[in-house]
Design a protein around this ligand. Structure first.
Ligand code: AMP
Length: 333
């Protein structure tokens, strides 16, 4: 039986936080043995924020190391660096020819980025979803394990693939869908009481897989709370709900039920609640944290993984580009 193809990736813009892990990587690690899996480090995407040449390679290495530490197995998954596969850039160019300004400008993540960095609204940022579509369509993948924040980008990837199919009257690209074993896509909240956990959401919002237990304790102890419930069984304000949502992810059902009950009875002590949350975060991230340093020190292994991955990814990508060129009508003389 032919296995379905799965693609997932991550920008090489910094350390991985537990939002990345529970939103995307954990699913991917589970999928490795069931599907034909490709995993890449999106270094081309990271260029929208202009890393220095000195920083670029170190960032890529860090993400590669942390993903291997999470359990991505280079024996079953093709793991590669995006810029090692130039066919992705070629497909991006073709897809750009039928991606329209209006739809790109309407993308939520583009609008968010414009708001956050009004001085750096470059074309790469605008066409970010096209490059993401190329990443997925280059392997003709159908499943993409991502967090809730990427749902719209997946819809755009389907739009671009379908548009290509219609333009050339064929069924070449299958439709890729966001995937999570839990059926609902995950949104891991941050510690600042506002929105999702993210790298660019400000200091203290994110807990990184590489954070030491002391750092995790400190960050969680500083998480935003309030002065406590004022009525029994009341709805929780966003900041408190976020901490409960985090507890749901890292703690046992019994622990969660205990603090829910305390909250509902107005007997909760946020100090105890946060202590428990921090300890459970430390326990769930410990296996990854321990492997990070070990893998980072093994340069020969990393080189071999990246080289082997690039070869395998290019094989698949070259096949797609050959077929796409033929469909578009390029012919050799
Ligand atoms: P990024 O860090 O934005 O490059 O995202 C990489 C992957 O992690 C994507 O699949 C995102 O959907 C996922 N991700 C990032 N932040 C979160 C979050 N707070 N909750 C769930 N998934 C997330």
């Amino acid at each position: 039986m032919i296995k379905e193809t799965v693609v997932s990736g991550i920008r090489s813009t910094g350390k991985l936080h537990i939002g990345n892990y529970y939103g995307a990587v954990k699913n991917f690690v589970q999928m490795q043995h069931e599907y034909n899996c490709y995993f890449f480090i999106a270094d081309l995407h990271s260029l929208t924020t202009h890393p220095t040449p000195q920083d670029l390679h170190g960032n890529i290495k860090q993400v590669l190391v942390e993903y291997l530490a999470c359990g991505i197995d280079p024996e079953t998954t093709t793991i590669y660096i995006q810029s090692d596969v130039p066919e992705v850039s070629e497909l991006y160019l073709y897809l750009n020819m039928n991606a329209y300004l209006g739809e790109l400008e309407r993308a939520t993540s583009f609008k968010d980025k414009v708001r956050a960095n009004p001085d750096n609204v470059n074309a790469g940022l605008l066409t970010y979803p096209v490059l993401m579509a190329a990443d997925i369509l280059i392997h003709r993948a159908t499943k993409v394990p991502v967090g809730k924040d990427q749902e719209q980008h997946l819809e755009m990837a389907r739009t671009f693939g379908n548009r290509f199919n219609r333009l050339y009257s064929n069924e070449y690209f299958p439709e890729p869908y966001a995937f999570s074993y839990s059926n609902n896509l995950v949104k891991v909240p941050g510690l600042d009481g506002k929105g999702k956990m993210g790298k660019s959401e400000g200091e203290g919002n994110a807990v990184y897989l590489s954070d030491s237990p002391e750092v995790i304790r400190k960050k969680v102890s500083r998480a935003v709370t309030d002065s406590g419930p004022t009525a029994e069984n009341q709805d929780k304000p966003e900041a408190i709900q976020n901490l409960f949502d985090l507890m749901k992810i890292v703690s046992s059902a019994d622990t969660l039920a205990h603090f829910e009950e305390q909250y509902n009875k107005m007997a909760i002590r946020y100090g105890d609640f946060k202590k428990q949350l921090a300890e459970d975060m430390i326990v769930t991230t410990a296996p990854m944290r321990e492997r990070i340093n070990e893998i980072a020190a093994d340069t020969a292994y990393l080189r071999q993984v990246a080289k082997h991955g690039a070869l395998k990814a290019r094989e698949s990508a070259q096949k797609t580009i050959r077929e796409v060129r033929e469909i578009i009508g390029f012919k050799s003389f």
